[in-house]
Write a protein that binds this ligand. Sequence first.
Ligand SMILES: Nc1ncnc2c1ncn2[C@@H]1O[C@H](COP(=O)(O)OP(=O)(O)O)[C@@H](O)[C@H]1O
Ligand SMILES: [Mg+2]
Length: 367
Amino acid sequence: MSAEPRAVGAAVMGRESPSKLSVRGIAKRYGAADALLPMDLDVWPGEFLTVLGPSGSGKTTLLQLVAGLIEPSAGSLFIDGEDRTHTPVHQRGIGVVFQNYALFPHLTVRENVLFPLQMRRVPAPELKRRAAEALGMVGLGALEDRFPRELSGGQQQRVALARCLVYQPALILMDEPLGALDRKLREAMQMEIKRLHRETGATIIFVTHDQEEALALSDRILLMNHGRIEQIGTPQHIYEHPASLFAADFIGLSNVIQGRIGAGGVLETPDGALPLPPEAPRLSSGATAALVVRPEHVSLRPATPECAALRGRIVESVYAGSEFRLLVTLGSGTTIVARRSPGQAPLAIGDEVVLDWDAAQGRLLPA
Ligand SMILES: Nc1ncnc2c1ncn2[C@@H]1O[C@H](COP(=O)(O)OP(=O)(O)O)[C@@H](O)[C@H]1O
Ligand SMILES: [Mg+2]
């Protein structure tokens, strides 16, 4: 490819500013196996991009390539428009935080944080100031004389964050940094990472397999599957317009109803004909397709004998604080999840119900 990388990056998104990171055709093979298929990607200055996908989908491989920890089998990458494909790790100006935060056990919190600065031969007065600043940012100023074994898991993770922030990298890579923490702590740390992102203005690429975490944190989500990009977009766009059944299934809870395109803009299913969304892609009559409907769009009401609409029976009801989650089985055996607020008329297990949704809220995908 002969095009100049900045121009390529800017043109792709119609943006003025050059990308922080441009990846062009980067790929990684191990023997005969593709860990990452050739990938193009632009990450914008100050963006929070989350790489989301199941285990083995290539997330860590992508991060290792960007960090310079492994050599690509093909392709190139550019940081601030400069070709960095073969630049050693420590010359890329990238901060890295991994799940196993690997603090030095024999060094105190402060010494752990100082370490990257000492490696970079930062003069002593500045060294002290920057370490204090980084520890202050993660709220660990008071614990700087402790050793890692004297800290909780969450505090250790904060030290790892401070150690990454201390040399003020403009690009930060995080590989499942919160994976080892329990839920409460993880949510608190998510807020902290968001705040640090705002305060530092750094570009962050954050890897997780947790879709809730991805939805909560990201400007954009890069959804990966089998070493390639399944979909990339804002959390809201992917949630509302999943490009595939994989995306619909991986992000948020989805109801998937399989059928065939029938005459007159309907999906023929064993449970009846369902209206297609007005903006549905044109599929030829007889083609198999799936209709995806999010639980919050499904409304339920008690069935009446003469009613011809989609019907089912409630088989499970789970109280989840702000809502009930109801499981409804259709005649064909297909199961649908619906949400219902505690304020609505109660429905019980065994009740026959009619299911309904605004056709425009459904997404039609080729099956
Ligand atoms: N050093 C390696 N040698 C051989 N195969 C590897 C190596 N690292 C990763 N892989 C393979 O590449 C694929 C992607 O791995 P990885 O990037 O670690 O996935 P993820 O981080 O999404 O779980 C997996 O199939 C994995 O087994
Ligand atoms: Mg991984």
